[in-house]
Ligand binder design. Structure first.
Ligand code: NAG
Ligand code: NAG
Ligand code: NAG
Ligand code: NAG
Ligand code: NAG
Ligand code: NAG
Ligand code: CU
Length: 242
């Protein structure tokens, strides 16, 4: 028979695991948009380019490339460099040489973590950023079909990017404001619409509208708990641990 002490300790460890899980809800994730000339990966990149985020988490995209002229535009796995019908879009944000202070930010909230979200930069100057690898994924499987590497490989085989203007509201993620602030010559081009823009009315080039849900098996691991219950639990376990 297990001693009460060991039983208590394993219960505590289990609960700490749950507490750590709960604290991971509604995270804020920082993503740098655009690298610098001599940086590994060059100027055409999102950093990090692949990450997971649960419902309610906010992705803060920071237009850090200096100079830079980039967008965060939703696309589909099968059509990586074309704005997706009813997809999200930040618009292009130009950062002039020398940079600005502070860097403009764009906050994108995850509204559906049960399917992967794919995005790219639609800038064509001086060459298509998407084909150069300026793409990213949220909640994509770690390998195989639909993974970041799969999406990146699809993007590298393209030659062009759609230039359609999307909206703040996308599929599985939405923003409530355009990028900002825009100090000292930072400029927003192609202001996104407030509400979803369909391919026929706005995004110009049509695409396979579906994001292609391949990750339903993972939905179970992201069940939302009421954090208040676990806060109480954490408090009681804290006492038990002493
Ligand atoms: C990048 O590297 C090149 C070649 O080494 C150098 O001439 C240039 O000054 C570097 N640029 C920056 C911003 O460090
Ligand atoms: C966390 O996300 C959920 C789901 O989107 C939302 O209802 C809730 O208001 C968020 N909580 C905070 C503190 O942002
Ligand atoms: C930045 O991108 C926008 C949209 O493609 C374009 O109109 C503008 O000329 C670009 N500016 C520079 C300096 O590249
Ligand atoms: C996240 O929100 C979407 C849309 O409401 C829902 O379908 C999905 O089940 C939610 N995810 C979790 C883990 O609850
Ligand atoms: C991210 O989520 C996907 C899909 O839910 C999963 O396959 C992958 O393993 C996760 N990656 C990490 C680093 O947790
Ligand atoms: C993005 O979110 C941060 C943190 O909440 C906030 O300080 C900032 O003003 C927001 N920026 C925009 C453009 O919404
Ligand atoms: Cu770019």
């Amino acid at each position: 028979m297990k001693s009460p002490k060991i039983a208590m300790r394993s219960l505590a460890v289990a609960c700490l695991g749950i507490v750590a899980f709960v604290q991971a809800q509604n995270q804020t994730i920082q993503v740098q948009v655009g690298g610098t000339e001599n940086e590994s990966g060059g100027i055409f990149q999102f950093k990090p380019s692949s990450f997971n985020a649960t419902n309610g988490s906010v992705i803060t995209f920071e237009f850090s490339g200096n100079p830079g002229n980039h967008s965060i535009t939703q696309s589909a796995l099968s059509n990586p460099c074309q704005p997706m019908s009813e997809g999200f879009d930040s618009g292009w944000v130009l950062i002039p040489t020398g940079g600005v202070t502070p860097n403009p930010l764009w906050n994108l909230t995850i509204t559906d973590d049960s399917n992967p979200i794919y995005f790219f930069c639609k800038q064509l100057i001086p060459s298509p950023h998407c084909a150069a690898g300026m793409v990213g994924t949220v909640n994509a499987p770690s390998s195989g079909t639909g993974s970041f590497n799969d999406f990146l490989n699809n993007a590298k085989q393209t030659k062009d990017s759609g230039q359609g203007v999307g909206a703040l509201v996308g599929q599985g993620a939405s923003a409530s404001a355009v990028p900002g602030p825009l100090p000292n010559g930072a400029t927003l081009f192609g202001t996104p619409a407030a509400t979803a823009v369909s391919a026929s009315s706005g995004s110009g080039t049509s695409s396979a509208a579906s994001a292609g849900g391949t990750s339903s098996a993972n939905a179970g691991s992201k069940i939302q708990y009421d954090s208040r219950i676990f806060a109480l639990l954490a408090a009681s376990m804290g006492i038990a641990l002493m």
